[in-house]
Design a protein around this ligand. Structure first.
Ligand SMILES: NC(=O)c1ccc[n+]([C@@H]2O[C@H](COP(=O)([O-])OP(=O)(O)OC[C@H]3O[C@@H](n4cnc5c(N)ncnc54)[C@H](OP(=O)(O)O)[C@@H]3O)[C@@H](O)[C@H]2O)c1
Length: 334
């Protein structure tokens, strides 16, 4: 595969008055950072972190101009690594992609070979991006629930931020594995959607938020996958049963965790942090292989919106306004 003279990329630029503008620009391969593998990006996806990068969040992206996109899947266009051959289909997510390294909102990326995962059998490039970082994070969260011995018969698993990317895929995988799922949904009522993707029950943010201030509450759940943080995570910890596991990956509600030690010392609750970005490669490959086989969701279309590169800007805006549902994938090239 020959490399093109130029390609399109979404570029975020910081203006003099500290505003951040988004525009599609023409780029050259020589503009890309050093790396072993050049990938022609066929699909990318939309994650909360992309929105942060696209709006000048310095915790995600230090320097602008910058091309976000923490997810990319496509075809190896050039490789100096013995591990990857031109024409091979691959997934690149996590590490520094789209943060301070030009990301998947460009039609080409160049990255270290250590960031690249061969596309597992059973998954298309498009499907890989329906999962993307959000789906990988959901799968890693489910993996922790399973690894820690929580079984479908133990009771319901509470999933917060359920209509979001991580939440939707967590609900779907848990349901596929036979777990009964209670979804927390609050920003926009999407009960029908959540039931379609496998939730048994749907509760509101108010129902998932304790206001009594009591240190522990009646046990309701066998585990939890939290994507929002704050009071909802604190309440989850107070309402899970003995020896249960709760995972924590996000902070859309709050980065704070107003809790106490009683869930841990009286019920043996395990709170497991999820860091998909630095997940070691052997576990990363194991998770992608599960996603492509036994854990593959049968209703991927229900949670997918496909957008063209031209629509990316409006999709970023939608996520900013909290109106995003499920997973949005971006078709970057044919
Ligand atoms: N640690 C990691 O490795 C990792 C990886 C990926 C993502 N994340 C984090 O996980 C979180 C979710 O990511 P995502 O891609 O799923 O985002 P998303 O698609 O924007 O979904 C977030 C969901 O959270 C709920 N929500 C939004 N604002 C809320 C609020 N103020 N209070 C309570 N719930 C609220 C909404 O669901 P409902 O309307 O259904 O309640 C929304 O759909 C983000 O914080 C992201 O940074 C972490």
């Amino acid at each position: 595969m020959s490399l093109p003279d130029g390609f399109k990329a979404l570029v975020i630029t910081e203006t003099e008055d500290k505003q951040y503008t988004r525009a599609v620009e023409q780029k050259n391969i020589s503009d890309l950072p050093e790396g072993d593998v050049v990938v022609k990006v066929l699909y990318s996806s939309l994650n909360y972190k992309d929105v942060l990068s696209a709006t000048g969040n310095r915790g995600v992206t230090r320097n602008y101009p910058h091309t976000p996109g923490i997810d990319a899947a496509g075809i190896v266009a050039e490789s100096t690594s013995a591990e990857f051959k031109t024409g091979e289909k691959v997934i690149v997510t996590s590490y520094d992609l789209g943060m301070n390294t030009a990301g998947g909102y460009g039609q080409y990326i160049r990255v270290p070979a250590g960031w690249v995962v061969p596309l597992p059998e059973g998954l298309t490039v498009r499907e890989a991006m329906v999962y993307g970082t959000a789906g990988f994070t959901a799968a890693l969260s489910v993996w922790e629930i399973v690894q820690n011995g929580v079984k479908p018969d133990d009771g319901s698993i509470l999933v917060s931020g359920a209509t979001g990317g991580v939440g939707s895929i967590a609900v779907s995988i848990l349901s596929k594995l036979g777990y009964s799922v209670t979804a927390v949904n609050g920003v926009v009522d999407e009960t029908d959607y959540l039931k379609k993707i496998g939730a048994r029950d749907v509760i509101s943010i108010e129902e998932a938020t304790d206001t009594s201030g009591r240190p522990l509450l009646k046990s309701l759940w066998a585990g939890g996958i939290d994507t929002v943080g704050g009071e909802i995570l604190a309440t989850t910890l107070k309402t899970v049963g003995s020896w249960s596991t709760v995972t924590c990956c996000g902070n859309v509600a709050s980065p704070d965790l107003p809790t106490n030690v009683y869930p841990f010392i009286l019920r043996g609750v395990r709170l497991v942090g999820i860091d998909s970005q630095n997940c070691p490669m052997p576990i990363r490959r194991e998770i992608w292989n599960k996603i492509a086989s036994a854990w593959k969701i049968d209703w991927l279309d229900t949670l997918t919106t496909e957008a063209s590169f031209d629509e990316l800007d409006s999709k970023i805006e939608m996520m900013l306004q909290g109106k995003h549902l499920g997973r949005t994938i971006i078709k970057m090239a044919d």
